[in-house]
Design a binder for this molecule. Structure first.
Ligand code: FEO
Ligand code: CA
Ligand code: CA
Ligand code: CA
Length: 633
């Protein structure tokens, strides 16, 4: 069949011969690539024969089935327990969680925030660590006794305190191996939508960041929409502001600029949290610049509870998912970032300075100076792979000047989306998390889904976004030229196209050949490598278990072997949740994984306490019953 490449063609190494520096990496790439025996031309899929080119050694657990239960399921031989849930007391004086929804802002300010998302563990010793967790947003139906129907000024403050970041000390029980958090510990901290923070980098102080409350444009009150994250080798945490547009509205008529519209701002309060009614800085008519002060990556030192968080404007303003940081071989800091909105882009920051393990103070501001790039992908004819290049977003280059609407570098960064369009960046299917392989330098990004693909003229199908009305998602992978993340070019392929091979056959909606009826899922989102190079995938998708999603069950967590392409389901979440956030204990024997918004939109969940309890976002711990490394041999 002409649309199926021959075995020999699939394994021809010529077009990838320069992209990986050693034979092991190249072999791994080719095997992964061969596993994806699905090609664009004719949209034909091959499933005959062995799906995986070699047996995996990285996946040692037995796959769990899909589930529609209100439980957190893990493989045979593993156990899971909750660590901490929304509303648990963290700071001195915090009252215990009370599910009535009548607790005030004063309680929430001292308690664990809601909707735990990305998290990192900062090891202190084998048995003691700091857990730093984003609190992305809140569930109004459980936050308030009135379910959100009668928001008062204190309700707004309570909601603002439910957002942000929670920092807590955790210790390991040396008998069971499971961990527990320490209420009132000295390093515990809450960062919220009310925490004062600094603005640094090229946009600091710019007129577009100045407000009546902050005429300097350098001091912002708070962070929210804290989605995914990053961790630096100099001991700081990066929290990434995502859907910040949702928090702004107005009861007055506002004529929105094209830039405000591109950033999703509107005055319709139907979907927002009504903060503007009680906190005037969120009123777009009164303080239009306030929205420019959100949508950044924020860095802070979790080991110093007094440290002031810093918004790093050099990394650009958009709906940040995570900040996947790696140190390039020349010492420059590379940060890969996705902008999670339909048809938005993938970015790369390259620092001007170099990381110096011996010079902690100098490292503290490496993210203030550097170059931002945006990705352009082109495909080999008829293939789901090709070449890519990074286009520089620097004022005075690539047409970014006053003539195209950018007066200086600060405007390029504040309106990075517009700059990306101006230079011809590729529109993507909602870039979520990015992960850098710990050993071979390949980079992967979840493209979660995109219902606009193919209908919006700006979002044609093609390249790494090959499906119109893409409701399953895919994971794109790229290999920097010469394994140098500072280079302008890369090669890419698709590691997986999620799909449903039971409902669809013979087209791209069935998914790539590493998807089968037993491991299928939709909407990959969370993505992280463990130290051994296993790729962990978390989903935030359609959990209806019906129609196109029949047989997929609740949201889930999977593990992939990047070398063989094999993917197995490791866990399933309770009713109406997404699974997001994953990290490991220093010895890799405990996995921490987040259950976010169980019982979303009032669905019948009582997770984690069961009975008639109200659902709560919760961080789970997973251990092997024999105490071994998660998925280790
Ligand atoms: Fe907060 Fe794009 O997920
Ligand atoms: Ca996400
Ligand atoms: Ca998502
Ligand atoms: Ca979410």
């Amino acid at each position: 069949m002409s649309s199926i490449m021959s075995h020999q063609q699939r394994n021809t190494p010529t077009d990838f011969s320069t992209m990986v520096s050693d034979a092991v990496d190249r072999r791994a790439f080719l095997k992964g690539s061969a596993a994806l025996s699905l090609f664009l031309a004719g949209a034909t899929i091959s499933r005959s024969g062995a799906v995986f080119s070699q047996p995996t050694t990285l996946l040692t657990f037995s796959q769990v089935s899909t589930s529609t239960d209100d439980t957190f399921r893990v493989p045979a031989g593993y156990s899971a327990r909750p660590l901490v849930s929304w509303g648990d007391p963290l700071l001195p004086g915090a009252p215990p969680y009370d599910e009535s929804g009548t607790q005030t802002s004063a309680a929430q300010r001292l308690q664990m925030g809601d909707n735990n998302d990305a998290m990192c563990l900062f090891g202190i010793s084998q048995d003691h660590a700091l857990l730093v967790v984003n609190n992305e947003y809140s569930n109004l139906h459980t936050l308030y006794s009135h379910g959100g129907s009668a928001i008062t000024a204190d309700d707004v403050l309570k909601d603002q305190y439910a957002h942000g970041v929670s920092v807590m000390e955790v210790r390991r029980n040396t008998t069971t191996g499971f961990w527990y958090y320490l209420a009132d510990a000295p390093l515990n901290r809450r960062i919220t939508a009310q925490t004062p923070m600094l603005v640094r980098g090229p946009a600091a102080g710019h007129a577009l960041l100045r407000t009546s409350a902050d005429p300097t444009g350098t001091r912002v009150q708070g962070t929210f929409g804290n989605c995914a994250n990053g961790q630096t080798p100099w001991g700081t945490y990066l929290t990434c502001e995502e859907n910040t547009n949702d928090y702004f509205a107005s009861s007055s008529e506002v004529s929105l600029t094209p830039a405000q519209q591109r950033y999703g701002l509107d005055t319709d309060d139907e979907y927002n949290r009504e903060w503007f009614r009680h906190d005037e800085r969120f009123d777009l008519a009164r303080h239009p610049n306030e929205a420019n002060r959100f949508g950044w990556v924020v860095e802070f030192d979790p080991f110093d509870p007094q440290s002031e968080p810093v918004k790093r404007t050099a990394l650009g303003r958009f709906s940040h998912e995570n900040a996947a940081l790696t140190i390039n071989r020349d010492g420059r800091v590379i940060v890969y970032m996705g902008d999670d909105a339909r048809g938005e882009h993938i970015y790369k920051f390259v620092s001007a300075g170099r990381y110096d393990p011996q010079d902690a103070p100098a490292n503290r501001h490496l993210l203030d100076e550097g170059t931002l790039y945006v990705a352009h992908f082109s495909a080999n004819p008829g293939e789901l792979k090709g070449q890519g290049r990074w286009i520089e977003l620097t004022h005075g280059k690539n047409g970014l000047d006053a003539g195209s609407g950018f007066n200086d570098q600060a405007e390029v960064l504040i309106f990075a989306r517009l700059a990306a369009t101006a230079v011809g960046a590729t529109t993507m299917d909602r870039p979520e998390w990015i992960a850098v392989h710990p050993h071979n330098g390949s980079v992967l990004c979840t493209l979660t889904n995109n219902r606009n693909r193919g209908t919006n003229p700006e979002q044609q199908t093609g390249g790494p976004n090959p499906r119109a009305e893409n409701h399953y998602g895919q994971i794109v992978r790229w290999w920097p030229e010469d394994n140098d993340h500072g280079r302008a070019t890369f090669q890419w392929d698709l590691f997986v196209l999620a799909g449903n091979p039971v409902v669809h056959s013979g087209n791209l909606y069935a998914g790539s050949s590493n998807i089968n009826p037993d491991n299928m899922f939709n909407s990959p989102d969370g993505l992280a490598f463990d130290t051994d190079g296993r790729l962990w995938i978390q989903t935030d998708g359609n959990y209806s278990n019906n129609g196109d999603f029949a047989g997929m069950g609740n949201n889930q967590m999977l593990c992939a072997d990047p070398a063989t392409g094999e993917i197995r389901r490791f866990a399933t979440g309770p009713v109406g949740c997404e699974l997001t956030g994953v990290c490991f204990s220093p010895d890799q024997t405990t996995m921490f994984a987040g259950v976010q918004h169980p019982g979303e939109d009032g669905l019948p969940s009582h997770f984690p306490a069961g009975g008639n309890s109200k659902p709560r976002s919760t961080i789970m711990m997973i251990r092997r019953d024999d105490g071994g490394i998660i998925s280790g041999s």
